[in-house]
Design a protein around this ligand. Structure first.
Ligand code: BGC
Length: 745
C-alpha cells in the first residue's frame, strides 16, 4: 500500500535518500527512508503546509488548502463527510500527504470516563490505560487519529481550573498514570487503525500559574522543574508518546512556545524524542502579548528556532516562514526538520496506507465501554468520611436531593465535546432502577443556585426518609480551562442546604461531583458520610448506587491534598522540611489570649488558623472493609548501584466484612542531600483487591534509580546516604504501617 502512495509522489520523492533521524542515523530504517523521500521532494511552501494546523472552518476552504498541500492537520472538525472530503483532497493532489485529524479527547470520546483527576484517584493505571484505549477506538471510528491528551501538569493549586484535567499534585503518580494513558491511546503499534497519537501537554510548568490564575506566569527554578514538573513528561517520552504540546505560560520570562532549552535541548537532545511538538492554541501569536516577540513574524522565528514544529491556528508559519528564510533569520533546514518530525508520525500512524477510518461506528457507547466507565467511576470515588452511615444497611426510603443528583451534562465534567448527556446515567436515573424507594427533591437546581425557597420541603421529606443522599459539587463549567476560582467552598446555597438537612435528624450522605478538591471543611459536621466522586462521567449514577449500597466498597485515594480553605493554598504533601518544621502542637488562633505579647511560641511553619496539614492528606481514602499488614520484608538494606532494585514485600489481609481494595503506598525520604529534599515522596504503589477474609503477599519494587534527583549542580545524581522508606495507606504519618532505613553506599 505504501508503494501505491509512493507511486503518487513526485519522482524525486521515490529516491530513497540517506537518513536524517538522529536516533537511527547508523541504521537507516524504512521509516527514515520514506520520511526523507517524501519531505525532500517538497517545495518549501509544501513543507510549511505540513507545519500548519487549522481549526475547522468552511469545508470548501479546508478542501482547497488540503488540495494545495498547505495543510498538515485540522482540529475541531468531527463531521465524517467533511473529514472524508478534506482527506481525499489531500491524498488525491500533490504532495499526497494525508491530513492528521485531531481532537481534544480528554477523558472519553462518546463514553465519558471520570475526569483525569478522578481517574488518578483510582490509583489503578490499568483502568487509565484501558479507558484511553476505549477513547481511542471510539474517536478513531470518526477518523480522529490524534488527541491532545494526557495533560501531565503537576497542580498544587486547586484554584487553577485545569487541575481537573491532570493527575494531581504528585510527579510519580502523574508519571505512572500519564504513561498508562499514552499506552492506552497508542497501543502497541500506532499503525493499528484503532490507535491514536497521544500528546503530552502542556510542556511545561503550566500548572504552577501564579495564584492559580490560568495562563499566568510561572517561576519554577531549574531544579524544581527537573525534579517535580518534568518527570511526567519524561515518563511520557519513555512510553513512546508521539507528540507534545507547548504550554501557554512563560516560565521565569521565557514562554514555552519559544523555549529552546525545553523544546530542543531537553525534549529532543536529552530524552531522544523524535515525534513532533505542536503549539497550544495560538500560543505562537501570544508571544507578542507576552512581550517576547515584536510581531507575528518575530514570533514565528522564535518558535521554529526553539524547536516548535506545528503551529496551532496562529497562521504564523504559513504567513512568515518563507520570508524569514529569505532574510536568513530561519534556516530552511529547521523547516525541513520540523516537517520530517510531522511526516514521521503520519507514517507511524499508517496514514499513508489507511487515511480513512475503518473502525465501525457501532463501537460508540459499546456495552463493554460502559462497563469500563462504570468500574472507573466506582474506583475513582474517595470516601472522605464515614461515621457508619455507609453502606446503607436498613435504609430503604431514600431522599435524593442536591443540584448534581440529576445533572446529566454537568456530571460529565470539563472538556467534553462529543459525549452526549442523553447517555448519562445520573444518580436519579440509577436510583430509580434500584431496590430503593427514592424520593427526589433537588432543593437547588444548579450548583450556584442561591434560592432557598425549596429547603423546607426538602427537610420535610428528609424527616420521613431513612437516609438522605445529597449530591452536590460544582457544574462542569466551573473547572477546566480558564475557569479558576478564589473561593473553593460549595457554591450557591449548598452548604446552607446541608445544614438544613442535618436538622432533619436522618443520616446525611454527601456525594460531591467536582473538578477539584473543594474546601468542604465546614460542611463535614453536617455530613455523616462523604463520597468524593470528582466528575464521574457517563456512568456516575450507577457507580454511586453500587457504592452506597455496599455492592462495591470505595477504594479511591486523594490524588491531591484537600486544603482546609483557599488561603492555605498551596498545600501539598511532598514539600521540603524547612528549618522550622511544624510539630503538630502549635498554638492556634483561639489559644492566643487578648493583648498577647510578642512570643516565640509557635515560630514554626504553619498558619494560626489552619494549622499545618491539609483537610485530607494526599493518598487518603476510606473503605467499608479493613486491612491488616504483616510480614514486612525488604530484600536488602544497602544498595550500591542505580541498577539495583528495592523490593518491599508484605502480607495484606482483608480483615473486615466487605470485599474491597487497599492502595499500599511506598514513600521515601532522603535524609540529607546536596540540596534540601522533600519530607516524603511517593515512589511506588499497588492497589490490591481482596475478598473479605482473603490475603495476598504483595511485592512493590522500586528501582534505586528512582532515588536520583537533580542536585546542587543541576545534574541528575544518586547521592550516597540514608533514606527512610515506609509503607503506608496515605501520605499522613499516622497511616504508616512499617518503616525502615536503607543506605546507598
Ligand atoms: C488548550 C489545550 C487544547 C487546545 C486545543 C487550548 O486552549 O490549552 O489544552 O488542547 O486548546 O483545543
Amino acid at each position: 500500500m505504501i508503494k501505491d502512495i509512493i507511486k503518487l509522489l513526485p519522482a524525486a520523492a521515490v529516491v530513497l535518500a540517506g537518513c536524517s533521524n538522529p536516533k537511527t542515523q547508523s541504521s537507516c530504517s524504512d521509516e527514515d527512508r520514506f520520511v526523507d523521500s517524501v519531505v525532500n521532494s517538497l517545495t518549501i511552501e509544501q513543507k510549511i503546509g505540513q507545519l500548519n494546523q487549522i481549526s475547522a472552518s468552511g469545508v470548501e476552504e479546508m478542501e482547497k488548502l488540503a488540495a494545495q498541500g498547505l495543510l498538515g492537520s485540522i482540529l475541531n472538525e468531527s463531521n465524517l463527510d467533511n473529514l472524508h472530503r478534506i482527506q481525499k483532497a489531500a491524498i488525491d493532489n500533490a504532495p499526497h500527504i494525508p491530513i492528521l485529524i485531531s481532537r481534544d479527547v480528554i477523558h472519553g470520546y462518546k463514553t465519558i470516563f471520570p475526569i483525569p483527576l478522578g481517574q488518578a484517584a483510582s490509583f489503578d493505571p490499568e483502568l487509565v490505560r484501558h479507558g484511553s484505549e476505549i477513547s481511542a477506538l471510539e474517536a478513531a471510528s470518526d477518523g480522529i487519529r490524534w488527541t491532545f491528551s494526557p495533560m501531565l501538569d503537576i497542580a498544587r493549586d486547586p484554584r487553577w481550573g485545569r487541575i481537573a484535567e491532570g493527575y494531581g499534585e504528585d510527579p510519580y503518580l502523574t508519571s505512572v498514570m500519564g504513561a498508562a494513558a499514552v499506552k492506552g491511546y497508542q497501543g502497541d503499534d500506532l499503525k493499528n487503525p484503532q490507535s491514536i497519537a497521544a500528546c503530552a501537554k502542556h510542556f511545561v510548568g503550566y500548572g504552577a500559574a501564579t495564584g492559580g490564575r490560568d495562563y499566568n506566569s510561572t517561576f519554577i527554578p531549574m531544579r524544581l522543574l527537573r525534579n517535580v514538573y518534568l518527570p511526567p513528561f519524561r515518563a511520557a517520552a519513555n512510553a513512546g508518546c508521539a507528540t507534545y504540546m507547548s504550554s501557554f505560560n512563560d516560565n521565569d520570562g521565557v514562554p514555552s512556545t519559544g523555549n529552546k532549552l525545553i523544546l530542543t535541548d531537553i525534549l529532543r537532545n536529552e530524552w531522544g524524542f523524535d515525534g513532533f511538538v505542536v503549539s497550544d492554541w495560538f500560543s505562537i501569536g501570544e508571544m507578542i502579548n507576552h512581550g517576547f516577540a515584536a510581531d507575528m513574524k518575530d514570533a514565528a522565528a522564535k518558535a521554529i528556532n526553539a524547536g516548535l514544529d506545528m503551529d496551532m491556528v496562529a497562521n504564523a508559519y504559513v504567513d512568515h516562514l518563507q520570508d524569514l528564510v529569505k532574510e536568513g533569520k530561519v534556516k530552511e533546514s529547521k523547516i525541513t526538520e520540523a516537517c520530517k518530525n510531522i511526516v514521521r508520525i503520519k507514517y507511524r500512524l499508517g496514514l499513508f496506507e489507511n487515511p480513512y477510518p475503518t473502525i465501525p461506528q457501532s463501537v460508540k457507547y459499546a456495552g463493554e465501554h460502559l462497563v469500563a466507565a462504570l468500574k472507573t467511576a466506582e474506583e475513582s470515588a474517595v470516601m472522605l468520611k464515614n461515621n457508619g452511615a455507609l453502606p446503607l444497611k436498613n435504609a430503604k426510603k431514600i431522599l435524593l436531593c442536591g443540584p448534581m443528583a440529576d445533572a446529566p451534562h454537568d456530571q460529565l465534567g470539563t472538556w467534553v465535546f462529543d459525549g452526549e448527556k442523553e447517555h448519562t446515567v445520573t444518580p436519579l436515573a440509577a436510583f430509580k432502577q434500584s431496590e430503593y424507594d427514592v424520593t427526589y427533591i433537588p432543593g437547588l437546581t444548579y450548583s450556584r443556585d442561591n434560592n432557598t425557597s425549596k429547603f423546607a420541603e426538602v427537610v420535610r421529606a428528609a424527616k420521613s426518609a431513612d437516609a438522605v443522599i445529597f449530591v452536590g459539587g460544582e457544574e462542569s463549567i466551573l473547572s477546566g480551562e480558564a475557569h479558576c476560582l478564589s473561593n473553593l467552598n460549595l457554591q450557591g446555597a449548598q452548604s446552607a442546604l446541608l445544614a438544613a438537612l442535618k436538622q432533619a435528624g436522618k443520616p446525611v450522605i454527601s456525594v460531591i461531583m467536582a473538578g477539584r478538591p473543594l474546601t468542604i471543611t465546614d460542611d463535614l459536621k453536617n455530613c455523616d458520610a462523604v463520597l468524593y466522586m470528582f466528575h464521574p462521567g457517563t456512568m456516575g449514577g450507577e457507580a454511586l448506587v453500587n457504592l452506597v449500597s455496599g455492592k462495591v466498597s470505595p477504594s479511591g485515594k486523594t490524588p491531591v491534598s484537600f486544603p482546609k480553605n483557599a488561603g492555605q493554598i498551596p498545600v501539598y504533601y511532598n514539600q521540603n522540611n524547612t528549618g522550622r518544621p511544624a510539630s503538630g502542637h502549635e498554638i492556634l488562633l483561639d489559644d492566643i489570649p487578648a493583648e498577647a505579647g510578642q512570643t516565640s511560641l509557635g515560630c514554626t511553619s504553619y498558619m494560626l488558623d489552619t494549622g499545618f496539614g491539609p483537610l485530607f492528606d494526599f493518598g487518603y481514602g476510606l473503605s467499608y472493609t479493613e486491612f491488616a499488614f504483616s510480614d514486612f520484608k525488604i530484600n536488602q538494606t544497602e544498595f550500591t548501584s542505580d541498577n539495583d532494585i528495592i523490593e518491599v514485600s508484605f502480607t495484606l489481609k482483608n480483615t473486615g466484612s466487605y470485599d474491597g481494595a487497599e492502595v499500599a503506598q511506598v514513600y521515601v525520604r532522603d535524609l540529607v542531600g546536596s540540596i534540601t529534599r522533600p519530607i516524603k515522596e511517593l515512589k511506588g504503589f499497588k492497589k490490591v483487591f481482596l475478598q473479605k477474609g482473603g490475603s495476598e503477599s504483595v511485592e512493590i519494587s522500586i528501582p534505586v534509580s528512582q532515588l536520583k534527583f537533580y542536585g546542587l549542580n543541576d545534574v541528575e545524581v544518586l547521592e550516597k546516604g540514608s533514606f527512610d522508606i515506609w509503607v503506608a495507606t496515605s501520605s499522613a504519618n499516622k497511616d504508616i504501617k512499617w518503616k525502615t532505613t536503607i543506605e546507598v553506599k
